[in-house]
Design a protein around this ligand. Structure first.
Ligand code: TMP
Length: 220
């Protein structure tokens, strides 16, 4: 089972991935948690290049190819083997981030993005994508607060215009609407506990992997 988490920085993805991972493991599930960009030694090196604030010359095409290179390595080296072992893979961002940020945000050609992404992912798609939705202003405020408190990094992708983040958010909402059976949109302004309940409810509706026929329960 392959579950991805999308949403702006500060939407609570990491916290919710930890809670879901703990919950599934307490049920005896074997869980593997990873993230993008990164998740492999090669991907982590690519992440450093992508996030380096001194890389002001980076072109949008270079950017999508680097994100895709990291993704290709992660899918081949980690995600596919883990799924083949019957694990539940939880990934902090995946290809939908590329459609949102490089497609809607940078306004790169969507058909081209789809080809690159299918090539990079070997057409692997998530079974479920949780989108933690936050108005742009709230996201920026959370990020500022975290930064003032000395938490979290401010990377190259945090230096975009408000319009860019607005396009990214609208892009996510459009994708979620177009493929509603895969996406679950959750209001990230709710309490941690309420968000967790909604995530568990979405996960419990998934068909269990063939290796494990017990359905996850919704009682978390
Ligand atoms: P994060 O690890 O703090 O979430 O930062 C990742 C940043 O990279 C975030 O701003 C979203 C961006 N990103 C893209 O622009 N395209 C992608 O394909 C991925 C995976 C992330």
């Amino acid at each position: 089972m392959f579950i991805t988490f999308e949403g702006p920085d500060g939407s609570g993805k990491s916290t919710q991935i930890t809670l879901l991972s703990d919950y599934l493991q307490a049920q005896g599930r074997r869980v593997y948690r990873t993230r993008e960009p990164g998740g492999t030694p090669i991907g982590d090196q690519i992440r450093d290049v992508l996030h380096d604030v001194s890389n002001t010359e980076m072109r949008a095409v270079t950017e999508i190819l680097l994100y895709s290179a990291s993704r290709a390595q992660l899918v081949a080296q980690v995600i596919k083997p883990m799924l083949a072992e019957g694990r539940i893979v939880l990934c902090d961002r995946y290809a939908d981030s590329a459609y949102a940020y490089q497609g809607y945000g940078r306004q790169l050609d969507m058909a081209m993005l789809q080809s690159i992404t299918q090539f990079a992912t070997q057409t692997l798609k998530p079974d479920l994508t949780i989108y933690l939705d936050l108005p742009v202003e709230d996201g920026l405020m959370r990020k500022r607060k975290a930064n003032d408190a000395g938490e979290g990094e401010l990377n190259r992708m945090d230096r975009q215009t408000r319009d860019f983040y607005e396009r990214v958010r609208q892009g996510y909402l459009q994708m979620a609407q177009a493929e509603a059976e895969r996406w679950t949109v959750i209001d990230a302004r709710q309490s941690v506990e309420q968000i967790q309940r909604e995530i568990c409810a979405a996960v419990s509706k998934l068909k269990p992997p063939t290796a494990d026929r017990r359905p996850p329960t919704a009682d978390c």
